[in-house]
Design a protein around this ligand. Structure first.
Ligand SMILES: CC(C)(COP(=O)(O)OP(=O)(O)OC[C@H]1O[C@@H](n2cnc3c(N)ncnc32)[C@H](O)[C@@H]1OP(=O)(O)O)[C@@H](O)C(=O)NCCC(=O)NCCS
Length: 169
């Protein structure tokens, strides 16, 4: 098994296809997989046991935590956070040969164990709550929650909560 194109290649036991395009300062942690023809931008981190299949694109500075499933045709923007054990899907009626990837726009945050339906687009700056099941497109700057996911509040309100959290003792 050959590791390819990362600074940790001597230390980290993972699999990265030789046909994948890997940016600068990318870290792919233990037992993670990156398939053929995927493009991983600069400074991306992919956590342990995550699966990035073929024909995936991930923009710069995006963080993918451990145990995340990213199927073929997924498009993920820049500065995105994908929490632990998130499942993105690409086949609404499996097993079928007609696949459509999820799109996650720049600066979005996907909470742990969220599941996102094939073909759904998560808008720029939006937040998906932990455990949400997202069945429809999420507009920009919106926080969604639950199953099926519904609008909860705005990204502005989320940022205020995050700031209050950072500043609390
Ligand atoms: C979406 C999120 C930011 C909401 O947090 P919040 O605004 O502090 O929400 P609160 O905890 O005040 O809860 C508000 C209400 O929503 C409910 N709720 C909160 N998060 C929920 C979730 N993910 N799913 C379902 N209900 C949720 C609460 O039970 C509460 O209900 P109530 O009013 O009936 O009591 C947070 O739940 C979340 O998902 N954060 C991401 C965490 C994560 O995945 N981290 C990954 C790195 S470890």
């Amino acid at each position: 098994m050959e590791n390819h194109g990362i600074c940790e290649r001597e230390m980290v036991n993972n699999y990265i296809s030789e046909k994948a395009r890997i940016g600068e300062n990318v870290k792919v942690w233990h037992f993670a997989y990156v398939g053929d023809n995927s493009e991983i931008g600069d400074n991306v981190k992919i956590g342990s046991l995550s699966h990035v299949d073929y024909d995936v694109k991930i923009g710069e500075n995006t963080m993918v935590e451990g145990l995340v499933y990213i199927p073929p045709l997924t498009r993920i923007g820049k500065n995105v956070f994908i929490g632990p054990a998130v499942a993105l899907t690409n086949d609404p009626y499996p097993p079928s040969e007609k696949l459509v990837g999820v799109i996650i726009d720049d600066n979005a945050i996907i909470g742990s164990k969220a599941v996102i339906k094939a073909g759904v687009r998560i808008g720029k700056n939006s937040v998906v709550a932990m455990g949400a099941v997202v069945t429809k497109d999420v507009p920009s700057d919106t926080v969604v929650i639950g199953s099926p996911a519904r609008q909860m509040y705005s990204r502005q309100e989320y940022d205020k909560k995050q700031l209050d959290w950072k500043n609390s003792i």
